[in-house]
Design a protein around this ligand. Sequence first.
Ligand SMILES: Nc1ncnc2c1ncn2[C@@H]1O[C@H](COP(=O)(O)OP(=O)(O)OP(=O)(O)O)[C@@H](O)[C@H]1O
Length: 768
Amino acid sequence: MATAKVRIAARLRPRLAHETPDPGDPRVCHAEPANTSTSSDPGKGKGSANTSLTANSSANASGSSNNGSGTFTGIAVANPRDASQIFRFPFTSCYDADATQAAIFDADVRPLVDVALSGVTVTIFAYGVTSSGKTYTMQGPRDDPGVIPRVVETLFAKTTATSGTTEKTDIAVSYMEIYKDDVYDLLVERENGRKLPIRENDVGAVFVAGLSSVPIDSVATFDKHYTTATARRSVGATLLNDKSSRSHSVLTLNLRVRAGDKVREGKINLVDLAGSENNKLTGNDPSRMAESAAINKSLSVLGQVVHALNTGAPRIPYRNAKLTRILQDALGGASVGLLICNLSPASKFRQDTLNTLNFAVRTKNIENKPVVNERDIRPPPPPKIDLALVPPAPAPKPRESLAIRPGVSARPSLVPRPASRTSTFGLGLGGVGAPFSRVSSISATGVPVKEKEAAPPGLTEAEIDARISRAVEAEVARRLEEREREKEREAEMAAAAQAGSSRAKSPKPRKDRDGSSRSPKAKGRELPPGLTPLLKRHKDLDNELQARLQELERKFSLGNKETALADVLSPVSKKKTGRAYVALARAHSEKGDLQVALELYRRAETYVPDNVKLKERIIEIEWAVKNDRAFKPSPKRTKTKKGGKTKARAEEVGEMDVDAAAGHDGENNDDKKREQEQPLSDDQMEVDEVESSLTGPAAFGFGAELTNTGSKRSLVDAGMDTQTPAKRPKRRAAEKNKMRVVAIESDEEDEYGPAAAPRKSRRRIAAT
Ligand SMILES: Nc1ncnc2c1ncn2[C@@H]1O[C@H](COP(=O)(O)OP(=O)(O)OP(=O)(O)O)[C@@H](O)[C@H]1O
């Protein structure tokens, strides 16, 4: 998609009862004849009497005409220090006091709904001085709804219109406020609300971790959530506005449009910014002053970001405020942006109005690079099986072929493929995600043969299953024979050695593995160089193997490939795979993709079926999905350090705490303290352990993607041991016998920042 500049719509609100008119007040001009004009910065301009100055804008720097026809459309406002000087700010879209909510919506907002449904992120934000009408524009009163309710209504009207088609749209909402530079979820009870951290995922997208996302299936459902959440927003009375927003609010509508084999994921961010305010005018008390300072600071950072983008600065200060961090995508990112510039007609706000207009003029030069989020949702092709040398099944059942359909492109598995490994039963399954074609073929003589890429076409599933079974049986038989021969040799050598030593000295009873003492003579009688006991063992194994193969076949025939894979993996691989799924699930649940998260947790359970905490997690998410409720992932865990000290868990899996990097290390201290007081249950530890394994380099080769990169500085701050990982193994080895792992996960980031390779430390602590 090409670049797209941020669109600007200027809206002048009507005068309130107590506001008296003044000739220099801002005025909306619709195609008025353009007079003398000088390209100038209105904030600094000092023109002669009756001079009309046009705001400096690269879009229209050459004159007062903004449409090439000698007319001007935009906002005209007098200089507060020299009323004879009129500044003109050209905007193609501007609305005067008579403009209706519907007019603004239809002209500027409605087209963006289609853009979002096409898989693009759209951000619409209202900007302006306090009491300029931002909340009125975004939210609106019940009898005159603003942008937010209208967007939702339009979305549902559009999805209803496509209900007869193959297109299906899922909509979910999340709603947060940024109050005194802390983020809170407005969809949860205020008492339960905790400060939410801002994080960055593995592809650099910024998101608020733990923010709930509620699926909505109708305007009425949305209304219910929205009304409750809006009542939670921080609002207070000031001398300038008796219902002044004391926070910035961001309402996000997540759209998922499924059409055939494709899914598009668009988003609409609807932002109602708190208004800049002059404390001399607002009459703020100390608490209002603190709010006001936070509002003004974040808006000032917003201005700096816009300025840096306009001047092509090498560093854009997004990280200097939560607000800009969250709006990063809308300002120079991959979003389509609309800034609604709200203006107050009151004289006392004249300078603020000029500031607002200057900000708007600068913002409209920002270029974004919108991205369409569309992906193929066809299921991955069935695994290929190398069956070239396995003899054909005697009686194949006519079932659907597992052979890959021609023309269907393979999609990468959710779980990256590890290097192929050979299991104890000789199946080189290569772990989860590896195609069955990686199974080493076994020749009739039991010698593994080179892998081939494509399975012979036209085989039924039954044939494939049968061939796998025969291949496994052949390999197991070969290995058992080898083992028996080995044992025979050992037994013969032992007998010969004992016979030799018995001639030299009297026999000494020797303890066997089972603890029984037997004389070499007796042993010789029980274990002659013959094969009887070995064959017995062989038979046991055969039965065991047979049962296992039957179980495998049963599961394959049920189509439960996941379970079957879990069964044939080694315990270590099972655990690793489970960990990988848990980490992915957690990342999805934090993003609000509860359905996907649930599916991933269920898959994880296949690999670690005994994990009680995991079961609980599944039940919780199932409940949340079923009841359309938000799911709050468990807070960061603490772990007990040797000596009884505690510390906050470094990071969540798969994310980087961008706050620390942004210099907000001191935040959330209360939350951390609370977390430190929560002991970890063993089950939770197991889940954490499952997640933490992803940080290891051996985690299927994708550890780096999901690796937690907590900062070393934060560990130092928390009073933690920051000994380098290289030294740890020695200490661990010494402690190994008296310690047990009760909590793992302390990921450290190189002190030079997140760009450096992440390292992982595992801590062992004393058994309790
Ligand atoms: N277009 C409009 N038509 C009628 N009344 C309006 C309009 N815009 C704003 N108002 C009124 O102006 C007052 C201030 O509006 P609003 O609370 O929306 O301002 P705000 O910019 O959100 O202020 P703050 O930044 O302090 O939250 C309210 O009483 C509101 O009803």
